[in-house]
Design a protein around this ligand. Structure first.
Ligand SMILES: *[C@@H]1O[C@H](CO)[C@@H](O)[C@H](O)[C@H]1NC(C)=O
Ligand SMILES: *[C@@H]1O[C@H](CO)[C@@H](O)[C@H](O)[C@H]1NC(C)=O
Ligand SMILES: *[C@@H]1O[C@H](CO)[C@@H](O)[C@H](O)[C@H]1NC(C)=O
Ligand SMILES: *[C@@H]1O[C@H](CO)[C@@H](O)[C@H](O)[C@H]1NC(C)=O
Ligand SMILES: *[C@@H]1O[C@H](CO)[C@@H](O)[C@H](O)[C@H]1NC(C)=O
Length: 616
């Protein structure tokens, strides 16, 4: 977030003439609430096994203070797995801990192992008495890298420290390695087995609870995470009970400025040529995405016509439609509309203390199943993988991890695509404005279908993926542009059918996601000429549901946050205000349920009830 200075200048001009473009901006909070002790910040999420079970070992892999790191290369250190508890592990949890004190903007950070991203996170804004927070993330799916000792661990966190911004972020990262079944509940999904998995033979099979154990693949890379029938719930993404990929190839930058590609415009396409092993039978591309600068609040950007006609001094335009897409050799194979994560300085920073917005500490990544496209990739040649942002403006940080599963019993797998419809997009825009007041609407819809077969030592498996995406976005300005309402509805329905060589349906997975968002900002004059008051309301949610036809999986997450309040702002600084945030989180699967309801008022928790015995 190197544009903090520009933001500052923009706000100076805004504070004098009340116009809509102080809305949706970034602020730092001045310390109106004096505390004696450092305060803990957190993101409400599902508890990870580190909360219940004792790891076989824990291993600190990074410790660094991020001071004035702007324009410097990222911090790098070598990684090696712990010798005290060698692989295989059943689960690996990353534990990120940070402390900070002083005044500072929120910052974005990325963590990579061998160029493969493990975590995208943003920081909380510190206070004079200090803050700290912990992020725990299941990183078992990166096991093929975690067993290696020839890789560099890299973290990028660009920060500015000077006389005004004093906060230095002190970070430690520890990995917790678990063995055996100690970490089963509450992650178990299928008590009667039937998790779809591939055995060590490479063949597709239906898992039974009593069968199988951790194993070594022929090339000595340990298979981990074979807890039977376990699912893995992550915010914003999910993968069914499958072993971690055998190989992960980064589709990322060289690393001198972090491994993310920096995307500045619609035409800015970044790519990497990669060759995949000829015995790959499954491929999933995991996208990591964050948006900054003029696109930090892309879902609330009006069209350029509005900005131009009103002579507004802002770069936050280009309308409110964005999509991150992936192309292989020039052909678009998938796209994602990201979940709108609000960083801790966004809209009203008082809303995000001490619980941050959904996804702020652990940004969701997005899985695109590329298995139907393997026919294109198994020719032993290099292929061009490119990532871009439709209508994106400066700037986005995107990169991807290509997870590949290899057939241990064959040096060659055959594959062919059957269909690929789409991804045609219907996009309708309506705009209507007089002066600073008006309404802008976008309706977008996309239906895609892709199918392909892969013939490996486990037989001829056909994967059919159908996806429907709908987005509605409406931005209204009223009261001469000082009142702004943003409403967005986003819905995805995805169906994955797996069919065997005899044409029989092995399983069908269904995924549904909804990300509703509503943001209201109303700007009002303050008694002080150099200040203004912003009354703000935010409500947003992340709802996801996964199920399969065999009745094995039925997982759902519902994560809702509602905030309201106001703040008085001078320059970039929040001088006073009131904020109330209520969050309720529910996760349930066939066996377990977890819920947590939290409410915070003016930076203090006023209610916090969690339960493992909720009603699914
Ligand atoms: C509306 O806002 C503009 C720009 O801030 C200002 O020039 C204009 O006088 C305002 N109009 C009214 C009716 O308040
Ligand atoms: C391995 O796969 C073959 C089919 O490709 C099958 O005939 C054989 O029984 C499998 N072996 C094991 C141990 O599962
Ligand atoms: C695999 O199955 C598909 C669809 O049934 C078929 O068209 C294809 O020829 C099969 N491939 C092989 C190698 O048998
Ligand atoms: C914010 O929400 C509250 C409660 O629903 C409502 O009373 C208030 O008017 C809203 N504020 C704005 C600016 O719309
Ligand atoms: C959770 O929040 C949503 C949205 O505010 C609300 O509709 C729902 O009733 C809440 N559920 C609980 C259990 O509080």
């Amino acid at each position: 977030m190197r544009y903090s200075l520009c933001v500052l200048l923009l706000l100076f001009s805004v504070a004098r003439t009340i116009s809509p473009f102080s809305h949706s901006d970034r602020y730092t909070r001045s310390d109106h609430l004096l505390r004696r002790r450092p305060q803990e910040y957190f993101e409400v999420t599902h508890p990870l096994p580190s909360g219940h079970a004792i790891p076989s070992c824990s291993h600190q892999i990074l410790r660094h203070s991020f001071g004035n790191t702007i324009n410097s290369p990222p911090f790098s250190t070598s990684y090696s797995p712990p010798s005290r508890c060698p692989a295989p592990w059943s689960r690996v949890i990353l534990h990120f801990h940070a402390t900070c004190k002083g005044e500072q903007y929120d910052r974005i950070a990325g963590l990579w192992l061998g160029g493969v991203e493990l975590l995208r996170t943003s920081t909380a804004q510190p206070t004079q008495s200090g803050i700290f927070w912990d992020v725990r993330k299941d990183v078992t799916r990166y096991s093929s890298l975690l067993v290696r000792s020839d890789l560099k661990l890299t973290m990028m966190l660009e920060n500015i420290v000077n006389r005004e911004f004093t906060g230095v972020y002190h970070v430690t990262i520890t990995l917790l390695y678990f063995k055996g079944h100690a970490v089963g509940v509450p992650f178990r999904v299928c008590s009667q087995g039937q998790g779809l998995n591939l055995n060590r033979n490479g063949s597709l099979r239906i898992l039974k609870d009593e069968s199988g154990s951790d194993s070594e693949t022929p090339d000595g890379i340990s298979q981990v995470g074979e807890e039977k029938g376990e699912s893995n719930v992550r915010q914003g993404s999910f993968y069914m009970s499958e072993s971690p990929a055998d190989l992960i190839i980064p589709i990322s930058d060289e690393g001198n400025r972090g491994f993310w590609f920096r995307i500045e415009s619609d035409l800015d396409l970044h790519s990497k040529r990669i060759q995949i092993p000829p015995n790959t039978y499954r491929a999933v591309l995991e996208l990591y995405v964050s948006y900054h600068g003029n696109d930090e609040f892309w879902y609330s950007n009006p069209p350029n016509s509005y900005i131009k006609t009103n002579n507004l001094d802002t770069g936050r335009g280009n309308g409110a439609y964005r999509e991150v897409y992936v192309a292989i050799d020039g052909e678009i194979v998938g796209s994602e509309i990201p979940f709108p994560v609000i960083f801790t300085g966004g809209v009203n920073p008082l809303f995000w203390e001490p619980m941050v917005a959904i996804g702020a500490f652990n940004l969701p990544s997005y899985d695109l199943d590329l298995t139907p496209f393997l026919g294109k990739l198994l020719d032993g040649k290099k292929h061009n993988f490119a990532i871009g942002v439709t209508q994106g403006i400066s700037y986005w940080f995107v990169n991807a991890n290509l997870h590949l599963w290899l057939d241990p019993h064959s040096s060659e797998v055959h594959a062919h695509r059957i269909v690929h419809h789409g991804p045609e997009l219907t996009l309708e825009r309506q705009e209507e404005f007089i002066g600073l007041d008006g309404t802008f609407e976008i309706e977008a819809e996309r239906q895609t279908q892709s199918a392909g077969w892969v013939s490996s030592s486990s037989g001829n498996i056909t994967t059919i993926i159908s996806q429907g995406v709908k987005l509605k976005n409406r931005i209204s300005f009223r009261q001469n542009g000082t009142y702004k309402l943003v409403k967005q509805h986003f819905k995805v329905k995805k169906r994955i059918k797996i069919i065997n060589g005899r044409g029989e349906l092995i399983t069908q997975l269904k995924v549904k996601k909804k990300y509703p968002l509503r943001v209201i900002t109303s700007m009002q004059p303050s008694l002080h000429k150099d200040r203004y008051i912003l009354v703000t309301n935010v409500s947003h949610a992340l709802k996801e549901r996964y199920s399969d036809s065999g009745g094995c999986f039925r997982n759902s997450i519902s994560n809702n946050q509602n905030s309201m309040g106001w703040m008085e702002v001078k320059d970039h600084s929040v001088l006073s205000g009131q904020a109330f945030t209520r969050q309720n989180y529910t996760f349930h699967d066939k066996l377990d349920c977890y819920s947590r309801n939290v409410a915070a008022a003016n930076g203090r928790i006023v209610e916090d009830i969690s339960s493992f015995a909720c009603q699914p």
